[in-house]
Design a protein around this ligand. Structure first.
Ligand SMILES: Cc1cc2nc3c(=O)[nH]c(=O)nc-3n(C[C@H](O)[C@H](O)[C@H](O)COP(=O)(O)O)c2cc1C
Length: 193
């Protein structure tokens, strides 16, 4: 892999994502999201990338979840994509900005919309039945109309400060290129594998 030094890394990411869609057996848009609490203790989980543009990388979640709490107190995140079929990894780091989930929420399937209302994400649940009862409760409540976006649902945009591309190479001599924001543009550095 030879990457042009002047490439825009967000555009390059989009090209890699398109290629991953062609070859990954499932969820090429899945990424790990690392957050940390105010004491710097990290946690990580998978989420789905729902949009990427010049502003950043967007995902949606329950603001009352663990990640929601950690991002409220420490608004920085790191993302990691791994596309096994392509031998590729992309890492992203940056500040997060909270964004509305309204438009995205309307695109979710009905059951996923009910689930967003029913699930008190990341908090203890007495039984599976309790969750299913809550889904039924909201099904009745919203029957025959649109399901509104729950007030505790929103998105985060990770505004990239660094984007690193990793391409598997023979004999573990992988290629790594990291782009760091510099003024209005980006500065690229090649790294040892
Ligand atoms: C492939 C995959 C995609 C997921 N996508 C999302 C997502 O887009 N949003 C979300 O809130 N949770 C998603 N989850 C669930 C999270 O991994 C996690 O269990 C949940 O958000 C609670 O995390 P927290 O307790 O760290 O906040 C996904 C899980 C997997 C395995």
């Amino acid at each position: 892999m030879e990457l042009a030094a002047q490439r825009n890394p967000v555009e390059l990411f989009k090209e890699w994502l398109v290629e991953a869609y062609k070859t990954e057996p499932s969820d090429p848009d899945a990424m790990s999201v690392a957050t940390a609490d105010s004491k710097g203790r990290p946690s990580v989980r998978m989420v789905l990338l729902k949009k990427v543009d010049s502003d950043g990388f967007f995902f949606y979640t329950n603001m009352e979840s663990r990640k929601g709490g950690e991002l409220a107190e420490n608004p920085f995140a790191a993302l990691c994509f791994h596309w096994k079929s392509q031998g590729r990894q992309v890492r992203v780091e940056g500040r997060v900005e909270k964004v509305s989930a309204e438009a995205y929420f309307r695109t979710r399937h009905f059951l996923s919309q009910l689930g967003a209302w029913a699930s008190k994400q990341s908090r203890p649940l007495e039984s599976r039945q309790e969750l299913e009862d809550r889904v039924e409760e909201f099904r009745k409540k919203f029957e025959g109309g649109d399901v509104p976006c729950p007030p505790h649902w929103a998105g985060f945009c990770v505004v990239p400060e660094k984007i690193e591309f990793w391409q598997e190479g023979k004999g573990r001599l992988h290629d790594r290129f990291v782009y760091a924001r510099k003024g209005e543009g980006w500065e690229m550095t090649r790294l040892n594998p």
